[in-house]
Design a protein around this ligand. Structure first.
Ligand code: FAD
Ligand code: SF4
Length: 467
């Protein structure tokens, strides 16, 4: 069994941030285990912008945000083992391994054993501290209990996003989306940009679940209806979905023709492999609880790393150390988060504004600007933003461009925001473009994209034509 001071499970933004911070704190024996072939987690498939506003004051796409942390990680002594799926993380006692409590690594007692399936077979690691940074999993159709048949064409939002953005697969033509959380909203826009028709987004609650900026930029921009207080109660179709039945709060039912149903009905922390109440085990990112913003996920990774350092230090001095991120306190943290989310939902419901206000999306403060007198912003950017929104709304266009001679794509964005009115026509141009490999993040794909006076730049990297 290999001995390590700290093992991190998952190389998404949370795991990468924790690893980088531990390295800054002087820990040199840190190993990150990642089941995919590269680091980045969900960010790899989130080709839209909206990442990094708090952390970096910039509006990055998911792959760009990932690139920043990947570079930081590569500049550390942290070990990254990809293709390593963790099957179990348990206390040394539960594992009943040969490590005695007195056995130490770098003066730290070994507390946790991690078993992983790696490229070279099953491997076990004994560590003083383990950070669970394995993200979350999506709730599927089973969790919603929707009646009807079991045809093809029903996908969770994350699965559909991965198919479209990582594998360039067309998922469907006429789409109904269940759930108005951020992922559902972002997928509504993505399907629309790719030429599919999103018939509606159905939400069982009385308010939109996602961020205001996403509601505006993903639904309002494209005229996609959001049906509140409504559920999908039946899915019809033999081989492929042919329709769904939706039911509103009055009990009235209506059949809606579609060939695709996207389920975006919530996420659950993914820690099924981890023993509960285990000393030396810590959580961060979406494995702790589901965060809205990646910036908060990164901060959470850094905070957990600080607590792990505190724990290891206390252990050396044979002292106790209490951490909000520890396995022992995890349920309390999750309960606090549930209470907070419920409070925000109530507040959101109380501030419905019938279109008079625009939420400034220039920073996470999200000030509500009155469109009658352009007041309400905490800084002068608010009035400028709201005026532009009313008179000439502009958006950064994010999409992907086909790699020459391959079915694969590389993610791209316009460097500057372009008029909203030009977005759909610009997508047609993007769909005719090809780019030769290798392509690196930041490479200019086109100097004067669609004669709009902005460059089209790569937000991801592709080194070869093959996966
Ligand atoms: C569709 C979508 C849109 C989003 N939009 C935005 C946005 O606009 N702005 C924003 O700020 N945030 C956004 N987010 C949120 C943000 O991307 C996530 O909160 C963030 O990626 C979570 O980071 P994480 O590291 O906790 O988890 P993940 O990114 O899920 O990373 C977890 C990692 O752990 C690995 N892993 C899991 N299980 C194991 C195992 N058993 N063994 C080894 N490795 C394992 C996974 O492969 C993965 O690499 C969005 C998320 C989604 C899904
Ligand atoms: S007006 Fe508010 S939301 Fe907009 S940039 Fe200023 S502080 Fe941020």
């Amino acid at each position: 069994m290999e001995k390590r001071e700290i093992v991190i499970i998952g190389a998404g933004p949370a795991g990468m941030a924790a690893a980088v911070r531990l390295n800054e704190l002087g820990y040199r024996d840190v190993l990150v285990l990642e089941k995919e072939n590269s680091a980045g987690g969900v960010l790899r498939q989130c080709i839209h912008s909206g990442f990094g506003l708090t952390k970096f004051g910039k509006n990055y796409t998911g792959p760009e945000y990932r690139h920043i942390y990947e570079e930081m990680l590569l500049n550390t002594d942290v070990g990254l083992m990809t293709g390593a799926t963790v099957m179990e993380a348990v206390s040394v006692d539960t594992y009943n391994c040969s490590c005695s409590p007195e056995e130490r690594i770098n003066d730290s007692v070994l507390n946790v054993v991690v078993r992983a399936q790696t490229a070279s077979g099953a491997e076990s690691f004994a560590a003083s501290a383990v950070i669970i940074a394995s993200g979350c999993r999506e709730r599927g159709r089973g969790a919603l209990g929707i009646a009807g048949t079991r045809p093809a064409g029903v996908f969770t939002a994350g699965t559909a996003q991965g198919m479209m953005n990582l594998r360039n697969v067309k998922v469907g033509n006429r789409v109904v989306i269940i759930g108005s959380g951020d992922i559902g909203l972002i997928m509504a826009r993505r399907f629309t940009l790719e030429g599919s028709r999103v018939i509606c987004v159905v939400e069982k609650e009385n308010v939109c679940g996602g961020l205001e900026r996403n509601r505006r930029e993903c639904l309002v921009d494209f005229g996609i209806p959001l049906l509140l207080n409504t559920v999908v109660c039946r899915i019809n179709g033999r081989k492929r979905v042919t329709s769904v039945v939706i039911r509103n709060e009055d009990g009235a039912e209506k059949e809606v023709e579609c060939d695709t149903v996207i389920i975006s009905a919530g996420l659950e922390p993914e820690d099924s492999f981890a023993e509960k109440n285990t000393k030396g085990m810590f959580y961060c990112g979406n494995a702790l609880y589901v965060h809205d913003l990646v910036d908060d996920v990164s901060e959470c990774g850094e905070n957990t790393a600080m607590d792990v350092a505190g724990f290891l230090l206390a252990q050396m001095k044979k002292k106790d150390f209490d951490s909000a991120f520890s396995s022992e306190n995890i349920e309390e943290m999750r309960k606090k988060r549930r209470d907070y989310v419920a409070k925000i939902r109530i507040e959101k419901n109380n501030t419905k504004d019938e279109g008079r206000y625009i939420v400034c999306t220039q920073c996470p403060n999200g000030c509500r600007i009155d469109t009658q007198n352009f007041t309400g912003g905490k800084c002068e950017k608010g009035a400028v933003f709201a005026r532009d929104e009313v008179e000439n709304p502009k958006r950064i266009l994010t999409s992907s461009v086909r790699i020459s001679g391959s079915e694969r794509t590389v993610s791209v964005r316009t460097e500057e925001a372009i008029p909203l009115s030009q977005i759909m026509q610009s997508m047609k141009v993007i769909n005719t473009m090809h780019v030769a490999v290798p392509v690196h993040t930041g490479d200019v794909i086109c100097e004067n994209f669609n004669n709009l006076g902005t460059r089209l730049i790569a937000t991801g990297s592709e080194m070869s034509m093959n996966p």
